[in-house]
Design a protein around this ligand. Structure first.
Ligand code: SAM
Length: 236
């Protein structure tokens, strides 16, 4: 945990928060905090700062906090990802939060198993938990927005042109594509396919709405690796 993430209802007075849940347990048992120790803290979707431990007891941990730093910059890429299998999805949630992605659009595509949409990992609380773990690792406070689109064609024809209007639109597709190069002038909207890849019809549709095919190298990368490889080429 590289930052203690706080919620509005943690405050017990203007400057003090009291933690009694898993965060307190982590601070006591793993970090072994003591009085007067300072820790990085931040309000979820808000500012960051420092917290000074004022009390450690069986009831929890109290910290005096001062939030003086703005949230970290968002990553310049918004990600459009064909829904991966649940285990991989959790890793992807953590990674997009770690990289500071502002928006993750999860889409259906031909090679996405329909049953993946039923996974409990898509429930709001589970999504937030995985994203929060990413923020705690990276020291960030802003939760990525995760939007689900269960119909491919309406997404590609109606939603994608609107959300990518002010961005460079790319589709990662192995093979004969131009190398992916970060656009330093404009933000990017990047599409990444499912484990079986996008089918030709889907790539053609993406190109028809303005996407350029890009390669992440000669090796075929698994979805979660492709996400990190793409995001690491352009950092916020
Ligand atoms: N057999 C599939 C194919 O050829 O498309 C492999 C799919 S790959 C496991 C999953 C997704 O990651 C792809 O649809 C693509 O978006 C992205 N990807 C993986 N490796 C890539 C590479 N070397 N270049 C571009 N995209 C890649």
């Amino acid at each position: 945990m590289n930052i203690v993430l706080l919620r509005e209802n943690d405050w017990i007075n203007a400057n003090t928060v009291k933690l009694t849940d898993h965060r307190a347990r982590h601070l006591i048992t793993v970090l072994k905090v003591v009085a007067n120790q300072t820790l990085r803290v931040g309000l979820i979707n808000g500012d960051r700062g420092l917290g000074t431990v004022t009390q450690v007891s069986g009831e929890g941990v109290e910290l005096e906090v001062a939030l003086s730093d703005a949230p970290l910059h968002r990553h310049p890429t918004q990600l459009v990802l064909a829904l991966p299998r649940p285990k991989m999805l959790r890793r992807v949630f953590r990674s997009v939060a770690e990289f500071g992605v502002a928006e993750l659009h999860l889409i259906h595509s031909y090679r996405v198993e329909k049953s993946y949409w039923q996974t409990p990992h898509l429930n709001e609380d589970k999504v937030e938990m995985a994203l929060t773990q990413g923020l705690e690792r990276s020291g960030d406070t802003v939760l990525p927005r995760v939007i689900q689109h269960k119909r491919f064609k309406p997404f590609m024809e109606d939603v994608l042109p609107a959300i990518s209007a002010e961005t460079t639109l790319l589709i990662a597709h192995p093979g004969n594509s131009a190398p992916f190069e970060a656009d330093t002038q404009r933000p990017t909207t990047l599409l990444i396919g499912p484990e079986g890849g996008f089918i030709d019809f889907e790539v053609n549709l993406a190109e028809a709405v303005g996407a350029q095919k890009v390669s992440l190298g000669a090796r075929i990368l698994s979805v979660d690796t492709a996400v990190c490889a793409a995001l690491s080429r352009e950092l916020s």
